[in-house]
Design a protein around this ligand. Structure first.
Ligand SMILES: Cc1cc2nc3c(=O)[nH]c(=O)nc-3n(C[C@H](O)[C@H](O)[C@H](O)COP(=O)(O)O)c2cc1C
Length: 335
């Protein structure tokens, strides 16, 4: 009898647990619906041939990696070379390709066809490529030896002092920042790493007071200070074809953001990241102010301005290295 009661209790407990888990899951899905909808729309755009530029960039990157092997394989990329030429053709005909991507794609494809052993099938694909590319002048943009990179002119101490100096600034002169400085800072941000070199994100800069004030009022993290200029960073899911990459645009854009913050600091600007909460009402409000595609998500906003000399900066003590950076620890394997 006691055994029976115990097993009934166990069954009821597990039912209650699963019920609460599913309620939790339902609430979470509901709250994150913009994000999931963006992922779904992005994947649809990507896989229906409407996102050729990101797919082209990914494949050219894959080709370049193959061409960078110490000894290139005689044959590789057979499973995606046809679609790569299709992506190139489509990006050119839709006029969505920029000069840098075009130079890069043509140079890498030329090198690819020069390097691999040409089967009859590859010869046909090569002809197709030559017809598409013959009318373009291009600047050769192919893999190069590590030793030919520009020399390091920034030393460790310089970088350390920049890291220590860059702190979140919240008190600014009222005038918006100069657009040219923002361009210069982005010039540095664009060299950040990104998944398969897609760079599936966009930085939207605003310095008109009406819109800046409207934007600053939405996320909720800007109380007690005002921003002269704002950057809204969007992640683009049309760069991706699978749910597994849900984090990729966030990671990629955040890496660029960090470079941007450092660059802004060297140019005399102060910056503060502004959290973008995953709250449907905020998403809806923002989408009333900005034209954001269904396949895009907001990663964060960045407030920018010229720091007030007497504006206070929170000390923001950092965690000690020993708690955040571990060496050869947390291993489960004994050897
Ligand atoms: C993703 C993210 C969201 C943030 N959101 C806000 C925010 O909404 N409002 C704000 O004043 N600061 C915000 N910050 C700034 C942090 O408070 C700040 O980076 C942190 O306290 C460390 O200080 P430091 O940047 O001066 O080193 C955010 C920073 C990050 C990276």
């Amino acid at each position: 009898m006691i055994k029976k009661v115990k097993s009934i209790t166990k069954a009821l407990t597990s039912f209650a647990m699963s019920k609460s888990t599913s309620i939790w899951q339902f609430k979470t899905l509901h709250q994150l619906r913009f994000k999931f909808a963006a992922l779904k729309h992005g994947i649809e755009l990507n896989t229906s041939g409407q996102s050729t530029l990101f797919n082209l960039r990914r494949n050219i990157h894959r080709l370049e990696k193959g061409l960078s092997y110490p000894v290139a394989k005689e044959v590789f990329a057979e499973d995606y070379i046809v679609e790569t030429i299709q992506f190139l053709k489509s990006a050119i005909s839709k006029d969505v390709i920029d000069d840098d991507t075009l130079n890069w794609a043509i140079s890498v494809l030329k090198l690819y066809f020069k390097t691999v052993k040409l089967s009859d099938k590859l010869k046909l694909i090569k002809n197709d490529f030559e017809q598409i590319s013959s009318s373009f002048d291009y600047v050769n943009s192919v893999p190069y030896h590590s030793s030919t990179r520009p020399p390091i002119t920034v030393n460790y101490e310089d970088l350390l002092s920049l890291s220590v100096r860059r702190r979140s600034v919240r008190y600014f002169h009222p005038e918006p920042v100069d657009i040219e400085l923002v361009r210069k800072a982005y010039e540095i941000a664009k060299y950040a790493p990104s998944a398969c070199n897609r760079q599936a994100f966009q930085f939207l800069f605003y310095n008109e007071k009406t819109i800046v004030d409207k934007l600053a009022a939405i996320p909720g993290g800007v109380s007690g200070y005002s921003l002269p200029s704002i950057m809204v960073v969007l992640g683009r899911y049309d760069g991706y074809f699978d749910v597994r990459d849900i984090n990729a645009p966030v990671i990629d854009s955040s890496l660029s953001i960090m470079s941007f913050l450092y660059a802004a600091e060297t140019l005399g600007m102060g910056t503060v990241c502004i959290n973008w909460p995953n709250l449907p009402d905020r998403e809806a409000q923002l989408r009333k102010v900005l034209n954001i595609d269904k396949s895009e998500i907001v990663v964060m906003m960045i407030g920018l301005g010229y720091p007030l000399d007497d504006g206070k900066i929170p000390f923001s003590a950092k965690r000690p290295n020993k708690s955040a950076l571990l060496f050869n620890e947390r291993k489960k394997l004994s050897e």
